[in-house]
Write a protein that binds this ligand. Sequence first.
Ligand code: ATR
Length: 285
Amino acid sequence: MIDAKTKLCCIIGNPVEHSLSPQMHNAAFKALGLNYVFVAFEVDEVKTAIQGLRAINARGIVVTVPHKLAAMKYVDEIDQAAKAIAAVNAIVNCKGKLKATNTDWIGGLQALKEKTSVKGKSVAILGAGGGARAIAYGLQQHKVKEINVFNRTLRRAQRLVFELNLTGAFKLSSGGQAIPPERWSGLLIKKADIIINTTSVGMKPDVEHSPIPKEFMRKGQVVYDIVYTPRETKLLRMAKEVGATVVYGDKMMLYGGKRIFELFTGKKAPVGEMRKALFKSLKKR
Ligand code: ATR
C-alpha cells in the first residue's frame, strides 16, 4: 500500500513509455514486501528533473536515453565505471547526496558469463554507441585478450578504441582495433570467440535484418545480441543454425535491473520475480 512512508524510485527518459523498469521493480518490491514504488517520468529538462527529485527526496533514479550523459552534471558523485563509460544510468540518493553509477556493463557481462568465461577471449563488438562502450568496459574488467570494434561509422569505432586505451582502467591486454565495413572480412569476425551485437539492426520493426551474414559465424562461437525485441533476433536465429551458443538481450536488462534494485533498497533482489515480470511484459510487445 502506498502511504506517507513510501519511498519513490523512478526512471527518467524520453521517450519512456516503452520502459519495462516499472513492472520489473514493482514486482520485486511486492515480492519482498517493501514500501517502495517505481514510476516512469517523461522528461525533457534533465537538470530540473534531477533537482526536483532531489528536493522531494526520491530514493533512486534510473536514467535512460537521451539523458545518460547530461545527468552527470547534476549529481554529487560519479563512480569510476560511469566516468569510464561516460554515461550514468542509475542515481542513488544517499541521505541527500546523489551518487551516480552505470550498471549496464554489469548486466551485460553477467548475461554473457552465464554461458562462457571471457578471460583470454577474443571479442568482436558490432557497433560503437553507448551499449558497445558499457560492454567493452565490462570486458576490460574481466581481462579479455582483445576487442575488435566493427562499426558502420569508422570514426566512432576509432574513438571507442582510442578511449579504451587511454583510460587507465581500460588497458587492453593485447590488440584492439576499429574496423570499417569495407574491411569486415568474414574471417576476422569468424575468428573471434565471442561476437556481441550492440547495434539496433534486427530490432523491431527491422526484424528481417542482421548486422552480419550467417557466413561470419561458426560452431563453437558465442553470439550475444543486446537487442531484446524480438527476443530471438535474426542474428541469433542464424547463430543457432550454425551451432553457436546464443545469449539473449533480455538477460542484460534483467541483471542490470537486479543491480539497480540492490542499490536502491540494500536488499538482495528477487531475481525470479523480476524475470517473470520482465518476460510477461515482453510477451505483450
Ligand atoms: P546505443 O547507445 O543504444 O548503443 P547509439 O549510440 O545510437 O545507441 O548506437 C547505435 C549503434 O548502432 C551505432 O554503432 C550505429 O552505427 P553508427 O555509429 O554508424 O551510427 C549502429 N547502427 C544503427 N543503425 C545501423 C544500421 N542500419 N547499420 C549498421 N549500424 C547501425
